[in-house]
Design a protein around this ligand. Sequence first.
Ligand code: ARG
Length: 459
Amino acid sequence: MKLWGGRFTKETNQLVHNFNASIAFDQRFYRQDIQGSIAHTEMLEKQGIISKDERDLIIKGLSDILEDIEKGHLTISEEYEDIHSFVESQLIDKIGEAGKKLHTGRSRNDQVALDMKLYIREEINELDLLLKNLLKTIHNIMKENIETFMPGFTHLQKAQPVTLSHHMGAYFEMFKRDRSRLSDIKKRMNTSPLGSGALAGTTYPLDREFSALLLGFDSPNLNSMDGVSDRDYVLELLSSLSIIMMHLSRLSEEIIIWNSNEYQFIELDDAYSTGSSIMPQKKNPDIAELVRGKTGRVYGALMSLLTTMKGLPLAYNKDMQEDKELTFDAIDTVKGCIALSDGMLSTLKFNKDIMADSATKGFINATDAADYLVNKGVAFRDAHSIIGQLVLACIDKGVSLDKLSLEDYKAICPIFDDDIYDAISLTTCVNKRNTIGAPGKKAMAKVIELNEEYLNKEQ
Ligand code: ARG
């Protein structure tokens, strides 16, 4: 069962085996392990290190093992130490002598570094696709809600009116940056560790460029000690995943608030909410709460691996085996959270009247009333103070700025005229804000057009 029994005279203690083994979790990359072994075999033959017949036998054997695993004819047995030992032992059982040559010029150290890179590269593509789908959902909400008014908040207090399109546009930008961060990782990580050996390369005339090319890498990495001990790209991934979760968590928090009885801005679809076992009236935003809750677990993975790596002398140390479970868990968690957030967003109903009504309250147009005076020649600081007095008068009378009589306006400042009502209407407040990035209709239409181009680009 072991690849290294030669210098040992005793069996490994069972607890030691269990503690040391990684097969329970690294079996996840059996496909990448076989893919890497096939490329290594091609290279060994090209360099005259093994014969053509041996190459053919090994590649056929490995391909059969892959097929057998995928078809469920071969179960990965946890008696082996890791996926590398399992595949190699299966190969030797299957094809005999030639199988024993597969590991020529290779160590499990460069092998595991390779497998992890191949695996993460694929997962980044899947994460990217999920993010792109989420962006499409957000884009659709944006297109449909250019005139859905709602309050914009600072300090969770009504600040200035915006539109739902504008609000969701902020999330579009966040998830767009997340995609770009993922694609940056791919660029930087795309060097092949294969051929780094245990740490000091090998004495065989390997062609590392060739195997790198076969596996879709830009080049081999240039230092074999770095090749086996670099986990920067895993940390970069975990850091990007943490930022994605932070974004999803903020969105979830808004959904939870908007879904509350006090706000009632949205109604969650029945398929994306849950009930209470005791309170029959309840329809809870559990999905949003779970996404928010799972954020901590992804941050935890990042902190955990940073801590694992910080004390490791070069080159490979077994501590690095700890990179896997937490990374796999973080990837699975984030993939699930993106897909569920997407489903929840695309099915939820916006109560547009309630949102617009809420935007007319809370003196949300006070800045625009001040701007009105500025346009009539009053200095902004004076205008600010005049509107402050008006707000006080409104509070006193229990009315909003648009309901205050012209006499009351004029009593505080004679410059006011009846065009004030149009100047502070919700439509004016929003649609006058038309510099790029603002919620005005024209500015939003431009941004939506740019987003559309971005989504249509193949990337
Ligand atoms: N399971 C190991 C890991 O995940 C594979 C490499 C083992 N190498 C070694 N020299 N023991 O890191």
